[in-house]
Design a binder for this molecule. Structure first.
Ligand SMILES: Cc1cc2nc3c(=O)[nH]c(=O)nc-3n(C[C@H](O)[C@H](O)[C@H](O)COP(=O)(O)OP(=O)(O)OC[C@H]3O[C@@H](n4cnc5c(N)ncnc54)[C@H](O)[C@@H]3O)c2cc1C
Length: 437
C-alpha cells in the first residue's frame, strides 16, 4: 500500500486518528505539500469528537492556551472559507453565546468551604487579568451585572463572575466532516476501518507503519488518537505518554416549565456554576434542552474498548434512582438557580473519555524516542476547541516553521512556544492549567 498525495515537500505522513485533530492536521499538512494518509480504526468521529460538550473559550490560565484559543475562535469563524466548503453545504460551526464563570461569595457559603471559595475567586480574577493581557475579550462582572443580564440566576450568592462574550460552542461533526472532505479534495487518502498496529524502525526513525491493511512506508507519523494515545505510542515503540482515559458524562435536561423566553434560551451562554472543589458543573443550551456536565468520581480506564465509550457506569445513569451523578450535578445547580434546576428533569445520559494529562494541558510535540513520531494528544477536555491551533503546531513541527522553539500564528495572535506542550515536559503543578472543568 503506498501513500499518495499532491507533491510539494513530498514527505509521506501517516496521521492516526479520525477525529477533529486528525481532520485539521490532514488539511494543514496536505496544503503544505505533504503526502498524507489518514488512518481511522473504525469510522470518522468514532472517538471523543462526537461525544463532546464542544465548548470553546479563551478563559484559561496557561498563556499559550489563551493565545491558541484566541486564534482558534478566529479560525472557527472562517472555517468554511479555510476549508472551501461548497456554499450549499455550509452549516453553522460556532455559536458565540459566551462563557460565564460564576464565583460564590465566601461570606455566603458554609464555614468549611469559605477558604476554598475565596481562593477560587482570587484565582479567577488573576486568570481574567492574564487573559486580558493576552488580548482576550474577557471581563469581570459584579453580582448586580449578573442579576440584570440573567435574572434567573441567584446573584445574591455571588461575589462576581468572569464573562467572555466571544466564547461559545462548536458543532464538531461539521469540523471533522468538512475537514476530511477538504483533506480528500487535497489528495489525502482517508482509510477508515484501518488500525495502526505497530512500526518498523531504523535507528530512531519509523520507516514503515504496520496497519490492518498492510505496511505503509512513512517519513512521519502523527499520533492523533487522544485517549488511545498511550497504547498507540507503545505499539509504535514511542515514549510512555502520561495520558489517562477518564470517563465523563453529559446529561440532557428537559425544561417542562419555561423560565425565560425562547429567544433568551437560545442566547444562553455556557454557565459554570462555581469553581473550586465540589463545583464546576456547567450547562448550555442544546436546542430546547440543556446540556449539563461536570466532574464526577471516575478511575482511569487505560484498556477501554470502543464500546466502553458509551458504557454508563453504576451511579451515573439518570434513569436509575436519584442517587446518581446526574442529581449530584443538579444539586450544585440548585444552589445558583433554583428556578432553572427545578424547571424540568434529566432525559438522557451520554458519555465519552477525557484524555487527561497530569497538568491539564495537551501533549503536542516530538516523541522523546522516535524522531519522526509527533504526538497531538492528551487534550484533557478541550481538544475540539484546540484543534485549529493543534493543527498549526503539527504543521510547524513537520515543516520546520518554529523559530527558537516558537511557532508563529497570524500576527495578531503572536507565537506559541512549543515547550508549553512538549510531551516530555516537567508536569509539575507549578505549570498546571487551573481552568480545566
Ligand atoms: C463528555 C465530554 C465533554 C467534552 N467537552 C469538551 C468541550 O466542551 N470542549 C472541547 O473542546 N472538548 C471537549 N471534550 C474533549 C474533546 O471531545 C476531545 O478532546 C477531542 O474530541 C479530541 O479529539 P481527537 O481528534 O484528538 O480525538 P478523538 O476524537 O478521540 O479521535 C481519536 C480517534 O483515534 C482512533 N484510533 C485510536 N486508536 C487507533 C489506531 N490504533 N489506529 C487508527 N485509529 C485509531 C479512534 O477510533 C478515534 O476515532 C469533551 C469530551 C467529552 C468526553
Amino acid at each position: 500500500m503506498a501513500a499518495r498525495g499532491s507533491g510539494g515537500s513530498g514527505d509521506r505522513v501517516a496521521i492516526i486518528g479520525g477525529g477533529v485533530t486528525g481532520a485539521l492536521c490532514a488539511v494543514r499538512l496536505a496544503e503544505r505539500g505533504f503526502r498524507v494518509t489518514a488512518l481511522e480504526q473504525a469510522h470518522i468521529g468514532n472517538g471523543s469528537s462526537s461525544r463532546s460538550a464542544a465548548g470553546i473559550r479563551t478563559q484559561w490560565s496557561v498563556a499559550e492556551t489563551i493565545r491558541g484559543l484566541r486564534y482558534a475562535e478566529w479560525w472557527y469563524g472562517q472555517l468554511h472559507e479555510a476549508l472551501h466548503t461548497p456554499l450549499e453545504q455550509r452549516q453553522p460551526v460556532i455559536r458565540r453565546n459566551g462563557y460565564l464563570f460564576l464565583y460564590e461569595d465566601p461570606e455566603r457559603v458554609e464555614l468549611v468551604r469559605r477558604t476554598q471559595v475565596a481562593a477560587a475567586w482570587a484565582l479567577g480574577q488573576a486568570n481574567v487579568a492574564r487573559q486580558q493581557a493576552e488580548g482576550a475579550q474577557v471581563e469581570t462582572l459584579t453580582p448586580a451585572d449578573v442579576a440584570q443580564r440573567w435574572p434567573w440566576l441567584d446573584a445574591d450568592r455571588l461575589i462576581g463572575a468572569a464573562w467572555g462574550p466571544d466564547d461559545g460552542f462548536l458543532h464538531p461533526h461539521v469540523i471533522y466532516g468538512e475537514g476530511f472532505r477538504r483533506a480528500r479534495e487535497l489528495g489525502v487518502e482517508v482509510l477508515t476501518e484501518t488500525a495502526a498496529l505497530g512500526a518498523q524502525t531504523t535507528g530512531d526513525r519509523i520507516t514503515t507503519l504496520e496497519t490492518t491493511r498492510g505496511p505503509l512506508a512513512v517519513d512521519w507519523v502523527v499520533n492523533a488518537t487522544n485517549a488511545w494515545a498511550p497504547r498507540v505510542s507503545q505499539r509504535l515503540g514511542g515514549m510512555p505518554l502520561p495520558v489517562a482515559p477518564m470517563k465523563r458524562y453529559l446529561y440532557h435536561f428537559e425544561p417542562t416549565q419555561p423560565i425565560m423566553s425562547a429567544a433568551d434560551w437560545e442566547r444562553l451562554p455556557m454557565v459554570i456554576f462555581g469553581m473550586g472543589p465540589g463545583r464546576g458543573v456547567h450547562a448550555r443550551p442544546d436546542g430546547p434542552l440543556l446540556l449539563v456536565g461536570g466532574a464526577s468520581a471516575a478511575e482511569p480506564e487505560p484498556d477501554f474498548s470502543d464500546a466502553d465509550q458509551d458504557a454508563i457506569g453504576d451511579g451515573f445513569n439518570h434513569a436509575v434512582g436519584i442517587e446518581n451523578a446526574a442529581y449530584d450535578l443538579l444539586a450544585q445547580l440548585v444552589d445558583f438557580s433554583p428556578a432553572l434546576a427545578n424547571c424540568g428533569g434529566v432525559k438522557a445520559t451520554t458519555c465519552g473519555f477525557y484524555a487527561m494529562s497530569p497538568d491539564g494541558s495537551p501533549l503536542i510535540g516530538r516523541d522523546a524516542r522516535l524522531a519522526n513520531l509527533v504526538h497531538a494528544v492528551g487534550f484533557s477536555g478541550h481538544g475540539v476547541m484546540h484543534a485549529p491551533v493543534t493543527a498549526r503546531l503539527v504543521e510547524a513541527l513537520l515543516a520546520g516553521d518554529a523559530r527558537d522553539g516558537a511557532v508563529p500564528l497570524p500576527e495578531q495572535f503572536g507565537v506559541i512556544h512549543l515547550d508549553a506542550f512538549d510531551p516530555a515536559r516537567d508536569f509539575s503543578a507549578a505549570h498546571a492549567e487551573s481552568a480545566v472543568l
